[in-house]
Design a protein around this ligand. Structure first.
Ligand SMILES: *Cc1c(COP(=O)(O)O)cnc(C)c1O
Length: 378
């Protein structure tokens, strides 16, 4: 298949790159003794789920629907479910399909304790280690007034009966050096409770598949921790699973001029690349050349004036060696994690299709979207 043959818009995941990430994550798990779960919050892509099932130890879910999804796609691994607050109407099903459930407060634990202890599930509590190196407040689970996890001040030893593990999640696109610092803080605050525990979950945010990530240090931290406390360790990366495994491909629909040349695409920054707006960051475009002669703004096909790629990051001029033409493809790199899971049909724009391709660009699997997705949710 040629790129030209992909109907746009589409998120295209490259099998070979996904497998490379999964092999590294599996290696980390096997060498360190940790169990590695895929965080569906960051990476849920149905054509990729058989690979997740094959290489990793299961999935981590934020509530009932992600747990149902894991239950449908994960045949071999464990299902762990955490939610800032579980609802009465959801809890029975969550308990039925999960192997671990993690509560965010003692209120929630006490409320659901009897049900949880009569089902076949391990119960844990999320704690807040009050230490993080997140790049931005929106992604800092340990920031001021955070609702995520129990602080040491609110931790109640007298209610630990029935709790078999502790969970913390404090990182976002972080190094293992950051984990080391957070882990120190976690041990200082909660170490005294660990002899009572069977497992600790180090959460996500470990950027393991990034080129310069110190995998050796991560494995050492896990091994030492396991030896010291004699318990099971879990990590649950999301971004690291989908990191640099594919792209979002768009077509140029029109080119207009108003002080600058503006290409209008059949994708939307707002609807299809939401983290470029929230983080914010400027996505890379294939064949872009900063010294190219032809500059363009890349605009979404919505009526939102600010739906310009890179605008939120104050860096929206894209340059190319050749003039863009109507019908050209624009390829936004690394748009597989935190895109599909967050996209919307804002303004009635079409959800990009999901495509999995092999190393020769043959389509292995494809999921199409259309009008139905818009109608059903509006
Ligand atoms: C978001 C999240 C993860 C995954 O984080 P990544 O940055 O995608 O690795 C794991 N666990 C919890 C509780 C989360 O909220």
């Amino acid at each position: 298949m040629n790129l030209k043959d992909i109907k746009t818009p589409a998120y295209v995941c490259e099998e070979e790159k996904l497998i490379k990430n999964l092999e590294l994550l599996k290696y980390v798990g096997e060498k360190s003794g940790a169990k590695v779960l895929c965080a569906l919050k960051g990476f849920a892509f149905s054509p990729a789920m058989p690979y997740i099932d094959k290489y990793l130890n299961g999935a981590t879910c934020s509530g009932l629907y992600e747990a149902k999804y894991a239950h449908e796609f994960i045949k071999n691994g464990e299902i762990h479910t955490y939610s800032p607050a579980f609802k009465d109407e959801d809890i029975d099903e969550v308990l039925k399909i999960s192997n671990h459930i993690v509560f965010n407060s003692f209120n929630q634990w006490i409320k659901f304790k009897d049900k949880a202890l009569t089902s076949n599930v391990e119960c844990g509590l999320r704690v807040n280690p009050e230490s993080s190196f997140s790049p931005t407040d929106a992604y800092n689970p340990c920031g001021k007034f955070s609702r995520l996890g129990i602080t040491r001040l609110n931790f109640k030893e007298e209610f630990l009966d029935g709790i078999s593990g502790l969970h913390f999640h404090a990182l976002c696109e972080e190094s293992s050096e950051s984990l080391e610092k957070v882990l120190n803080k976690f041990e200082n605050l909660f170490g005294e409770f660990l002899p009572k525990m069977k497992w600790v979950n180090f959460g996500g945010g470990h950027h393991i598949t990034r080129k310069d990530y110190n995998v050796g240090l991560l494995m050492e931290l896990i091994k030492n921790f396991k030896d010291k406390y004699r318990l099971e360790v879990y990590i649950e990366p999301g971004e690291a699973v989908g990191w640099q495994t594919g792209y979002l491909v768009a077509s140029v629909l029109d080119i207009v001029e108003n002080g600058k040349k503006i290409a209008i695409l059949d994708v939307s920054a707002e609807a299809h690349m939401p983290d470029t707006v929230l983080m914010p960051y400027r996505p890379e475009v294939r064949y872009e050349n900063k010294n190219g002669k032809y500059g363009y703004l890349l605009g979404g096909n919505t009526c939102l004036a600010g739906d310009i790629v890179g605008l939120a990051a104050n860096d929206s001029d894209y340059f190319f060696d050749k003039e863009l033409k109507i019908g050209d493809r624009i390829i936004f790199e690394d748009q597989i994690h935190y895109t599909i899971v967050k996209n919307t049909t804002f303004n009635g724009v079409k959800l990009p299709d999901l495509v999995m391709v092999d190393r020769d660009n043959n389509v292995i699997k494809k999921v199409n979207f259309g009008y139905k997705e818009y109608r059903d949710r509006n």
